[in-house]
Ligand binder design. Sequence first.
Ligand code: GLC
Length: 421
Amino acid sequence: MLWLAACSPGPDAGAIIISGSGLGREADVLRTQIARFSQARGIRVELQPAPDSADERHQLYVQWLNARAATPDVLQIDVIWTPEFAAAGWLLPLDAFAPRVAEFFPAAIAANSWDGTLFALPWFIDTGMLYWRTDLLDAAPRSFADLTSATGAILGQSDLPYGFVWQGARYEGLMTVFVEILGGFGASILDERGRVTVDSERAVNALTFMRDAIHEHRTTPAAVLTWQEEDTRFAFQNGQAVLMRNWPYAKTLLDDPGSSKVAGRFGVARMPSTPEGRPTAALGGAQLAVNARSRRPEAAYALVAFLTAPEQMLERARVVGQFPSRPGLYDRPELSEAIGLPAAEVRDILQSARPRPVTPVYTELSGILQVHVHRALTRQTEPRAALESAAAEIRRLLARSGLDRAESIGLRKPATAGLYP
Ligand code: GLC
């Protein structure tokens, strides 16, 4: 509560308030774009910073929205929150503003719609990537077995402190890593029909791999059990790790020779897999929504439209390295230049990225998994027992909420080709 009071700039009736995260260079580019918008439209905008951690931001937003606060007017919503916030009546339906939805990735629009209504516009798309050191490895490991042997060999011959680093703290980031390792082992949290599959044999193998990387092979440091995105980025950037799993934003910062010891000495690749699975990138990202109780919905929407326009997305890609949610931009050479990767290939990766379950009870579902997965990683429980407990609790949650049918938890496939496999 103290934190809340300290961070709140206080209501200013004249300004539109936008709240979002400031990971990497996010806050810089947002400030620049807000200033440009204010100048062009004569609408004052204030940025109310929110925590980087998705879970803390979620908690804060739930407190505000549940208390029926009229601000922030514009909210940066994680790709997994729209169903929950929309079902609670906290977001303003955007259809009346007639946004040109056909210009965005169809599945991102599907993820931002609830009950046939559009509640947010896609801002940027995140996808998990494997960062690898080109000066230590000849190629990125394609299988988890290669990853373990190659990293183990390097750690044995050098004084490098860390092998493969990832987000292992008990928070949402761990869920995205888990989704990727699950996919690599041919497993999933739910199947296409919405049945809970996270206690399958393959899922147990996936979690066992994560646990053993820390405690048996020691290719992953136990420190990751408290690490979020930035902790892993600092380790990799300081030249202390062989491999890192992270989002695209890290690349721009790692490329900067002024602050990065690995500039020019790393590459990005797909995550490894096993013969039973396939390389899997979690689908992440953010959208912009308008608070249903905003006193200035038109001005708030004007800001959303401005920030999600092509020019702003290209600038964001250039400064922060985050990927645009407009497929049309991937044909523009400026985008490849901006992200330092072939944009057409990135579009392919995005098109097969794996979403987390789309349901209004995602936060509860994730909370259950976070506890049990983390317990297995800290060796308080065996992976099988951990996943059996998690699966039982998730089955009860879905049954209790009447959301145990595929169509009602949004697992239907979009009619058009899009981001979802
Ligand atoms: C990134 C992703 C988001 C995810 C979060 C987890 O911000 O864009 O979707 O939930 O990381 O830490």
